[in-house]
Design a protein around this ligand. Structure first.
Ligand code: TYM
Length: 348
């Protein structure tokens, strides 16, 4: 994975990303984020830090009795997907207070005009913006703080996070400029790529696959069993045409494009390689093969997740260890931020 050049020579290559603990993760989260987190963990010379962003989750109402389980479940998904606590720092956001502290400072750097442009807020708030929490509106400033607290240089995310990441870059650049400290924060590079940067709903190829879609048939959850996965793929919306020979042939066929992208991502191939195998075939042939590939890839992850969830104390131990290691990186950076802004040093 070499889409991004080193942002600035001054800063060591460091990956940061996060996932919200707001319900069962989907195949979109897995292909757009988790699978790529694991790939980056395996890249030489990259330090990798992966967070469960519970402070982001509470920008909308979360039932306290299920939030803790949801946090552990994202941790289990990280581990089951192949993240290794010996090689990556895996932790929960609220357990490292630098996120909240730097989040406040970033909210004083960000401009309201910038926040007003965020399409995700508009989508989530709908016509009811007045009734949303202040946190939901400020959310991208906290996201910038997550990244900048580690001076992270690379951020693997799905395509839907592109605008938020651009805002993180703008906040970093404004901080550097306002305080006359060029290069204080690196401008984080979004790492959006692979064959499935935006996995779409199985019911409507123009809508993102999402945890919050009212129809469970629209998504594959990481907790779905083999029969459920196969049934959802069998019932996925498609068109009557056979698969084309080249990727351009998928233009105007969002459902076909989505399923081919999913197949490519699950089997570590490009869209072109998948089309080379299936050109001229209809979905009657393609869908069962896709279901097989999805079950083969996801079943071991689902099984490992339930094994891990049976021992929450072990998950908590891994998260506590990760938080201590994350804190050791973020605290000194936060102290430098305080110095730069003119605040008194935070207590050690
Ligand atoms: P969240 O929790 O909505 O999603 C987690 C990750 O999954 C990706 N993703 C998808 N990728 C492809 N297709 C889809 N259908 C799909 N749905 C979700 C998301 O792009 C994301 O990478 N704001 C972030 C969390 C966050 C964060 C950060 C990320 C907070 N701080 C700092 C990076 C760096 C979010 O809500 O992701």
């Amino acid at each position: 994975m070499t889409e991004a050049a080193a942002p600035t020579a001054k800063h060591r290559p460091r990956v940061f990303s996060g996932v919200q603990p707001t319900g069962a993760l989907t195949l979109g989260n897995y292909l757009g984020a988790l699978k790529r987190f694991v790939e980056m963990q395996d890249e030489a010379g990259m330090e990798t830090i992966y967070c469960i962003v519970d402070l982001h989750a509470i920008t909308v109402w979360q039932e306290p009795s299920s939030l803790r389980d949801a946090i552990r479940s994202v941790a289990a998904a990280y581990l089951a997907s192949g993240l290794d606590p010996a090689r990556s720092i895996i932790f929960n956001q609220s357990q490292v207070s630098a996120h909240a502290e730097l989040g406040w400072i970033c909210s004083c750097v960000v401009r309201l005009g910038w926040l007003n442009r965020m399409t995700q807020f508009k989508e989530k708030a709908g016509k009811n913006a007045e009734a949303q929490s202040g946190g939901l509106y400020m959310y991208p400033a906290l996201m910038a703080a997550d990244i900048l607290a580690y001076r992270a240089t690379h951020v693997p995310v799905g395509e839907d996070q592109k605008q938020h990441l651009e805002l993180s870059r703008d906040i970093a650049a404004k901080f550097n400029k306002d305080f006359g400290v060029p290069d204080f924060f690196p401008l984080p590079e979004p790492m959006i790529g692979g064959p499935a940067p935006r996995v779409m709903s199985l019911r409507d190829g123009t809508k993102k696959m999402s945890k919050s879609d009212p129809s469970d048939m629209s998504r594959i959850n990481l907790t779905d069993d083999a029969d459920t996965i196969a049934a959802k793929i069998r019932k996925a919306k498609t068109d009557p045409e056979p698969l084309p020979e080249a990727a351009e042939g998928l233009d105007g066929r969002p459902e076909a494009r989505n399923l081919v992208g999913i197949m490519a991502a699950l089997t570590d191939r490009t869209v072109e390689q998948v089309l080379a195998e299936y050109a001229g075939q209809g979905f009657g042939v393609f869908k069962p093969r896709l279901a097989e590939a999805a079950v083969a890839h996801l079943s071991p992850i689902t099984a490992e997740m339930s094994r891990l969830m049976a021992d929450p104390a072990e998950i908590d131990r891994i998260l506590a260890d990760g938080a201590a290691r994350a804190d050791a990186i973020a605290r000194p950076i936060l102290a430098e931020v305080y110095d730069t802004v003119g605040l008194l040093r935070p207590r050690p």
